[in-house]
Design a protein. Sequence first.
Length: 156
Amino acid sequence: MATMNPVKHDGRQGNMGDRHNANDPGMSTADKAKDLAADIADRAKDAAKDAAHSARDMAKDAANAAERRTDSALHSVGEGMESLADKIRDKGPHEGVLGTASDRLAKGLESGGHYLQEEGIAGIADDLTDVIRRNPIPALLVGIGLGFLLARATRS
């Protein structure tokens, strides 16, 4: 007489890798818990992705608003510099060494004011990047010097 080994049945139907409905009466409690945990993990991942996208969008909006305000402020400063250049031309000496110095100062103010109005913060950043690429050692030394001065100024 042949003996039959009992076959263990864990209540799963179909392929072992398939996800099951947690309401399936044939599923074990452990399988239901696994499915529920996987579902919660998927929802948490989705919520984290949504939060990350929302935070990224908010950061972009804040950066754009800050850039617009900075450009507006730079434009105002540029207009002020051009206005000051006009006043220097009108009220400064026109002849001699002082006349030459006041004319150069007015031209420099006017040029700087025009640059600030036209380029804005993005143009200034691009120009600064180009200067640093062309002169990396002096830029590094300036950075170290500024860091040293900031450290000294903030040290108690």
